[in-house]
Design a protein around this ligand. Structure first.
Ligand SMILES: [Mn+2]
Length: 333
C-alpha cells in the first residue's frame, strides 16, 4: 500500500503547505500524540500555522511532549481550524475514530493527508500514507522528518521515541523490525533518553491503579484449551479506584504472559458502552475478534467499543472468542 510515490506526495504536501492541522484518534495513545506533537513542533519551527486537535484529553503521562499545553480538546473541533489548512490525520484508521465533526473538517480543509500504519485503514484522506509494515506511525514520521531537512529536536525525539516504543511494546512485539530499531537509533542520536522516557511513561503508576490491575488479574480465566484468556473491570470499580482509563494501558498484555495463551481479552465497562481490548499471537487475529464488535486494529492488537449491557457483551465475547472468526490473516498487514 505504501509506494515511494505516495511518500513523496505526502512529503510535498507537508513541505508546501503553510498551515497544518493535526488530528489525533480518540482515547489518544502515545503513538497518535507523540507523532502529532513532533509534527506540531516541526511546523512551529518552520513558521507554519499549526493546530493539534483531540476528542479526548491528553493523558497526563504525556504532558512532557513539546507544546502539550496547546492541544485543542473538543468533541467537535472548530471548523476554522481546518479552513485553509492541510488536515493531517495521525495514526487514525477511520474518520470515525476522531472528533465527531471530522467529516466536516475534511470538507472545509484545503487538502488532507493521513499518516498511519493500520492495515485496515479506510483511506479517507486525499493522500493516504499508510504503511502496515511500520510498528508505529512514529516510524513513518521519522522518515518524513529525515527527508524534511530541518533535523529533529531533543523534545521531538522524546515524543517520537515514546510513540514508537509504546506502540511496539518496547520493541517486543512481532511488529518490530530492523526499521523500528533504525528509527530508534535516529531518535537516540537526536537526544531521546530511553530510561527517562520509560520512567515517565511506564514506571509511574499510582498505588490505586496498581490495585485495580490486581483486581483484573485476580479474575483471570483461561479457556479454549488454555490458549485464550480473559479478565474484566466494571464501571463502578474504575470509578471507585480514581484511576483514569489511560492507566489501564498495557494491562491486557499481562494475559499473554500466561504460558500457552495466544488470545488475550480485556473488557472494561464505561458509561453506555464497553471497551474491548484484544491482543493476539498467530494463528489468532485480534482484529478479527474486534471486528465482530464493530472495531478494528492490527492482527496482534485491536480494540472495539461495544454497545450493550456488560454481562451480555461479556458472554458474547467469550462465545466469539471460542467459536467466532478468530483465526484471521496472520500476516503483519
Ligand atoms: Mn499506532
Amino acid at each position: 500500500m505504501l509506494s515511494g510515490e505516495t511518500f513523496l506526495e505526502a512529503f510535498a504536501k507537508l513541505k508546501n503547505h503553510g498551515a497544518w492541522t493535526l488530528v489525533c484518534h480518540e482515547h489518544p495513545d502515545g503513538d497518535t500524540l507523540g507523532s502529532a506533537f513532533a509534527l506540531y513542533s516541526l511546523a512551529k519551527r518552520c513558521g507554519k500555522r499549526a493546530a493539534i486537535v483531540s476528542k479526548d484529553p491528553l493523558p497526563p503521562v504525556f504532558s512532557f511532549f513539546p507544546y502539550s499545553g496547546e492541544l485543542v480538546c473538543a468533541s467537535s473541533a472548530p471548523r476554522s481550524l481546518a479552513e485553509g489548512a492541510l488536515l493531517i490525520a495521525v495514526d487514525m484508521s477511520t474518520a470515525e475514530r476522531s472528533v465527531d465533526n471530522f467529516g466536516e473538517l475534511l470538507s472545509v480543509c484545503e487538502d488532507s493527508l493521513c499518516i498511519d500504519h493500520h492495515g485496515d485503514n479506510r483511506l479517507f484522506c486525499k493522500t493516504n500514507l499508510v504503511d502496515p509494515g511500520a510498528s508505529a506511525t512514529a516510524e513513518i514520521v521519522v522518515r518524513l522528518m529525515e527527508l524534511y531537512g530541518e533535523g529533529i529536536t531533543a523534545d521531538e525525539a522524546a515524543a517520537l521515541y515514546t510513540a514508537l516504543s509504546t506502540d511496539n511494546g518496547s520493541f517486543r512485539f512481532s511488529s518490530t523490525t530492523a526499521e523500528s530499531h533504525r528509527c530508534a537509533g535516529i531518535l537516540l542520536e537526536a537526544g531521546a533518553k530511553p530510561d527517562e522516557i520509560d520512567d515517565r511513561v511506564s514506571q509511574n503508576m499510582s498505588a490505586a491503579s496498581l490495585r485495580l490491575w490486581g483486581l483484573a488479574l485476580s479474575r483471570t480465566e483461561t479457556f479454549g484449551g488454555g490458549e485464550r484468556a480473559i479478565f474484566w473491570l466494571r464501571r463502578k470499580e474504575l470509578e471507585e479506584s480514581g484511576a483514569g482509563s489511560a492507566e489501564l494501558d498495557g494491562l491486557v498484555n499481562m494475559l499473554l504472559r500466561i504460558k500457552g495463551v495466544k488470545l488475550a481479552l480485556f473488557l472494561t465497562e464505561y458509561d453506555g458502552y464497553c471497551k474491548l481490548s484484544v491482543r493476539a499471537r498467530p494463528p489468532y487475529s485480534a482484529r478479527a475478534v474486534a471486528a465482530a464488535f464493530g472495531g478494528g486494529g492490527h492482527p496482534c492488537a485491536a480494540g472495539a467499543k461495544a454497545a450493550g449491557a456488560f454481562d451480555d457483551v461479556l458472554e458474547r465475547l467469550k462465545k466469539e472468542a471460542l467459536n467466532g472468526a478468530v483465526l484471521g490473516d496472520t500476516s503483519r498487514k
